[in-house]
Design a protein around this ligand. Structure first.
Ligand SMILES: Cc1cc2nc3c(=O)[nH]c(=O)nc-3n(C[C@H](O)[C@H](O)[C@H](O)COP(=O)(O)OP(=O)(O)OC[C@H]3O[C@@H](n4cnc5c(N)ncnc54)[C@H](O)[C@@H]3O)c2cc1C
Ligand SMILES: Cc1cc2nc3c(=O)[nH]c(=O)nc-3n(C[C@H](O)[C@H](O)[C@H](O)COP(=O)(O)O)c2cc1C
Length: 749
């Protein structure tokens, strides 16, 4: 503010004495420094001259140290940063009042034009008006303590130690020539098991020194939070969000308005960038105070939300660490580096090509039982389910085409599936194919209940096998309460204008107020439907399908048994999860018994109802997946939601992948991830990080049947199967893309 207009009167009130702060070092990105340089070159230069700079990240795990490079961090001591900014402020004529505790209730604040409440995470100004600011605090699960040490680390270190009390780890990095930050973190259980809740600070520090002795080389750990007694030095991270950032003449800035988990190292950056933006709008000629505030909040809020999203992924990774401790060290490190989803596979290639290629070789070796030494993108590695081997990890997700007549697939389906199989995906799913006329969603759904269906599907399957390397999986389902509705592009889930058929479901719960109330299924209905599924499996075998999937997601019949939002039964098929699972498992087991033991089967589930504890939770989904696996499911196809009309999913790139990650690594099952995966880079990151075994893409395949071949051309991967008729096109695409990449690189130089 003073730089932009020296006539401003600025007073800073700080409760501490000069130079007193808690914490140790902070890290910045190059971008933050550029931002500082553009706004206050003088401070930026002093700060930049003193930065500690390093490129490597060392991940210590499972007795190995995995080093990757090219990460480009800069760090500085918190105390030194404050000194630099304090001196600069004083030189510019800002009044500084230290040891001045500010009380928001003090009437003097009304006399100022503007009160910028940058009073940190425990902001008294924010907490004085929680409703006006719409404060939302999320107290996270893990415990951490912020320590320092004179041991100088050459890299950013993550050190994970398995102890009799549980996993405990350190985040350590140098921020000055003679000093490093050393944050110790663990779960609350581990913290209690260690007895940290009963130790004073000196005891806790001594315990940490012992635990991490091999990394400290005889150096001690120190705390500078002497004012915090006993176990209070250990904190739970608090994520702060505010709906509004100003009230009256008070405006929030920095941690007072928002926090981002320390593992993404961006709190100081956010606070500085808030300040830069605020100074910008407050000094812009012609902008009213109100308009200035609006612009400040709108722009900063967006940036903060983006960062808080990545920070949440990162926080959750550390909170669910045990999920990943069965990984080999290299994959563990990859998972750690990509945890926030901000750093992707190709991003890692740019940072450290050699390291990333090592990960790719490791992936291919594992995928081929050691037979392949290939360095190639993970999405092209084969995958085996029972005796079925898919050529690559890309799947065309099931998509209803609503184009059949009386359940019979026609030329549209022949071209549709044939084209997608020739497009290079390793596995192509059919749309939900219904086991009876009444089990259809709409009159346009495909079916599998008569000889016409067998003949039509066989023609498609034979074409796929003759003209591509793709395997083809038949998805079987029954619509339940969501049956007898219009085709998808007319009005999704709306009843037919006429000719509706009666629907049945677990209970008499209508899908929505405009849909029919279904008849609750009797045991005789259950027997009949189970037998229809089994008959459809046998027909699928006649057609030559490679795999069968049972559709138990999205609120259709079997999903309606699984979710308490639709299942209100009081018999042994309703109530507890064990009861809700009983009928879907019975159907699955009967299908499995009819399907050859050398061919795989999968189940699609909704891993959450997006309804909190009222519906299926991700924890329950783990139990559901395990139950199907016990009955012989080889793959869990992890979708989410669509089980009730009120759900409000959190959309975003790869938004359902966390559920696949959870199921795969908690239940140790093979999974397929689906949901807004659209870049080859997404697929490779998911697979290499062990978040899924296969990736399914639905909508991207609607407009681009050749998604996989295009990805191969983009990534310059030559070993993919291309129909010989199309070889010329493929090599030309690869050449053109390569030329474009080179031209773009030359431009950057
Ligand atoms: C363990 C840990 C590690 C972190 N690592 C990083 C990192 O690597 N990189 C990074 O960018 N960020 C990091 N952060 C976050 C970073 O410390 C904060 O985001 C940043 O300090 C926020 O700046 P601020 O000015 O908003 O708040 P603060 O730095 O907290 O400053 C608030 C100031 O207001 C003063 N104050 C508060 N109340 C009053 C009052 N009533 N009267 C007078 N004065 C008052 C306080 O004394 C303090 O000086 C980390 C945080 C933690 C907990
Ligand atoms: C037109 C269309 C029809 C769909 N039909 C089915 C279906 O028959 N069975 C099924 O399990 N999922 C179906 N889905 C859901 C997709 O398989 C997939 O889970 C969802 O679209 C999210 O993936 P995406 O972001 O890649 O599109 C359908 C999706 C679309 C767009």
């Amino acid at each position: 503010m003073k730089l932009r207009d020296p006539s401003h009167d600025i007073i800073i009130f700080e409760r501490n004495a000069p130079g007193v702060t808690f914490g140790w070092g902070v890290v910045f990105s190059d971008q933050t420094v550029e931002n500082l340089q553009a706004n206050d070159p003088k401070s930026a230069k002093v700060i930049a001259d003193e930065f500690a700079h390093w490129d490597d990240i060392d991940v210590h795990f499972g007795g190995e140290c995995i080093t990757s490079s090219g990460h480009g961090f800069i760090g500085i001591g918190r105390k030194r940063l404050l000194e630099i900014l304090t001196d600069r402020a004083r030189d510019l004529g800002v009044q500084l009042q230290f040891e001045a505790e500010c009380d928001p209730a003090d009437p003097k604040w009304r006399d100022y034009d503007l009160v910028i409440a940058s009073d940190g995470i425990n902001s008294r100004f924010r907490d004085a008006y929680p409703d006006a600011f719409g404060v939302d605090v999320d107290v996270r699960a893990n415990k951490f303590v912020w320590l320092g040490t004179s041991k100088v680390f050459d890299a950013f270190n993550f050190a994970f130690e398995k102890t009799e009390h549980g996993w405990i780890w350190a985040h350590a990095y140098r921020f000055a020539p003679d000093c490093s930050t050393f944050i110790v973190e663990c779960s609350e259980d581990t913290w209690r098991n260690f007895g940290f809740d009963r130790m004073d600070q000196a005891e806790a520090i001594a315990a940490c020194e012992k635990l991490f002795a091999k990394y400290l080389d005889g150096h001690s750990l120190q705390s500078n939070a002497a004012h915090l007694v006993g176990s209070a030095a250990w904190l739970n991270f608090r994520r702060i969000k505010c709906e509004r950032w100003s009230t009256g003449n008070v405006i929030l800035l920095g941690d007072a308005a928002h926090t981002a988990h320390f593992s993404v190292g961006s709190g100081t950056k956010l606070a500085l960038e808030d300040a830069i933006k605020l100074a910008d709008v407050l000094n812009r000629p012609g902008l009213s105070l109100e308009a200035a505030m609006d612009e400040y909040v709108a722009e900063r809020n967006l940036e903060v939300l983006k960062l808080q999203n990545s920070a949440r992924n990162s926080t959750e990774w550390f909170e669910t660490l045990e999920r990943y401790t069965h990984f080999e060290p290299l994959q563990f490190a990859y998972s750690l580096l990509t945890r926030s989803q901000r750093i992707s596979h190709e991003n890692l290639r740019l940072r450290d090509r050699e390291w990333l290629e090592g990960v790719e070789r490791w992936f291919w070796k594992r995928a081929t039982d050691g037979r392949s030494n290939k360095t190639a993108p993970p999405m092209f590695a084969p995958f085996r389910l029972r005796e079925m081997q898919v050529e690559n990890r890309v799947t065309v997700s099931p998509m209803a085409m609503y184009s059949a007549v009386d359940g019979t697939p026609n030329d549209f389906h022949f071209v549709h599936y044939g084209e997608r199989a020739m497009g290079g995906a390793g596995l192509v799913f059919t749309e939900m194919t219904c086991v009876s006329p009444e089990g259809r969603i709409s009159p346009g759904c495909t079916g599998m209940w008569n000889d016409d269906h067998i003949a039509a599907w066989k023609r498609i399957v034979d074409f796929v096998h003759a003209n591509s390397k793709a395997k083809i999986c038949l998805q079987l389902g029954h619509s339940g309460a969501k049956g007898s509705t219009r085709v998808g592009w007319e009005e999704d889930n709306a009843p037919l204008p006429d000719g509706n058929w009666a629907v049945m479901a677990a209970s008499d719960v209508a899908w929505s107020p405009v849909n029919q109330v279904p008849t609750p299924m009797t045991r005789a209905d259950m027997d009949a439907v189970r037998d229809q599924f089994v008959a459809a499996v046998r027909m699928g075998l006649e057609c030559g399908f490679d795999m069968i999937e049972l559709h138990a997601a999205h609120g259709y019949l079997l999903s309606g048994f699984l979710t308490p939002l639709q299942n209100r039964r009081t018999d042994e098929y309703g109530g507890s999860l064990e009861n809700r699972l009983r009928y879907p498992l019975e159907v699955f087991a009967a299908m499995r018994a009819a399907w050859p033991s050398d061919r795989p089967m999968s189940v699609r589930i909704s891993a959450t109802d997006w309804a909190g504890e009222q519906g299926v939770t991700p924890d329950e989904a783990v139990e559901i997946a395990e139950a199907f696996a016990r009955e012989g499911a080889d793959l869990i196809d992890v979708s989410a939601g669509q089980t009730w009309t009120g759900s409000q999913p959190v959309y975003g790139r790869m938004f359902q992948t966390p559920f696949s990650d959870k199921l795969r690594n908690e239940a140790r099952l093979a999974t397929m991830a689906v949901g807004n995966i659209y870049e080859p880079d997404h697929a490779n990151s998911i697979l290499a990080a062990g978040r899924a075994d296969l990736v399914a893409l639905a909508r991207p395949h609607l407009i681009d049947p050749f998604w996989t071949l295009r990805a191969a051309a983009q990534l310059d991967y030559r070993d993919v199967h291309v129909p010989p008729q199309y070889l010329n096109g493929m090599s030309q695409l690869a050449r053109n893309l390569k030329r474009e990449t080179e031209a773009a690189a030359a431009l950057r130089v």
